[in-house]
Design a protein around this ligand. Structure first.
Ligand code: AMP
Ligand code: ZN
Ligand code: FE
Ligand code: FE
Length: 275
């Protein structure tokens, strides 16, 4: 990426308390405005429940709110599909969100039971109740840190919660092609989130054939070279490019902050015109 990169105009990937972010949805909007963003999509994991709170707050501080979701799906491996510009009240999305919420709560309780067997007591019911919507491993990780069983969230993942670690509990995910279909029938654009982290490049053409309409080339975990590679791949496949910070608000990895990744104004306008 060039040194004189224009300022980020739109952030199409961030999280609130409605999934595993730490800020309320209205605070996300306010902080986005303070960071100078003009358009922001709230893309909580498997829920659109934050939409009213987020959109009202965003409009009041001059930010264009874009309804979104980040669907945890599978395509041989875990892949995340962003649904952007969806109808947040779409019936099928709501049914999906409700089923995910129930399944995720049950999974967190199973993780906590596993941890108890390993000698660590964190209260699954309390974590689920506090998480409100989409309890997940990050909430358990924070509880482990608070209880002194890990020095940081990332250490909690490394020692206990990460894939293949002793307290890892698998859970069912929707197929990526079904996630794409659901997003499209809710009027949205499906974008493959952080492809640089998921190693699905060889499946990208197939996903595009299934209706994938964009690739998230710009992401806080992508280097400039990675972003450029996905911009080229998107052009080759004839799909759009999206971008976002994937901010969760705890700023623990240091780089997932507003302004770290997203779309410049021209690219955002092009996306809106093309989608
Ligand atoms: P879950 O949806 O409950 O399986 O949790 C997945 C979420 O955990 C991801 O979206 C990340 O936010 C977070 N996560 C996954 N791996 C790590 C890790 N090694 N360190 C910190 N956070 C992680
Ligand atoms: Zn997350
Ligand atoms: Fe993701
Ligand atoms: Fe995300």
């Amino acid at each position: 990426m060039s040194e004189s990169r224009a300022a980020i105009f739109a952030d199409l990937h961030c999280h609130s308390l409605y999934s595993d972010g730490v800020d309320r949805a209205d605070e996300v909007a306010r902080k986005a405005a303070a960071a100078g963003l003009k358009a922001v999509a709230l893309t909580d994991h498997d829920t659109t429940e934050g939409w009213d709170e987020f959109s009202e707050s965003a409009r009041s501080c001059g930010v264009e709110p874009i309804p979104g979701i980040e669907v945890s799906a599978t395509h041989g491996r875990e892949v995340h599909v962003l649904g952007l510009f969806i109808d947040p009240r779409d019936a099928a999305i709501r049914v999906y969100a409700k089923s995910r919420r129930d399944a995720r709560g049950a999974r967190v309780r199973r993780i906590c039971a596993r941890l108890a067997e390993l000698g660590m007591r964190v209260d699954g019911n309390e974590i689920v109740a506090k998480a409100g919507c989409n309890a997940g491993r990050p909430h358990v990780a924070r509880a482990l840190v608070a209880a002194g069983h890990a020095s940081s969230v990332s250490q909690a993942f490394q020692k206990w919660l990460g894939d293949g670690r002793p307290a890892y509990v698998e859970y069912e995910r929707i197929a990526a092609v079904d996630a794409i279909a659901m997003i499209r029938s809710a009027g949205g654009l499906a974008s493959l989130a952080h492809p640089g982290l998921t190693d699905v490049d060889r499946h990208m053409a197939g996903l595009v054939a299934a209706g994938l309409g964009a690739i998230e080339a710009y992401h806080a975990d992508h280097t400039g070279a990675t972003a450029a590679r996905y911009v080229r791949l998107a052009a080759t496949l004839g799909v759009c490019v999206t971008g976002g910070s994937d901010r969760h608000g705890d700023e623990s990895p240091g780089r997932h902050v507003f302004g770290s990744a997203g779309l410049i104004a021209d690219d955002f306008r092009q996306l809106v015109a093309r989608r």
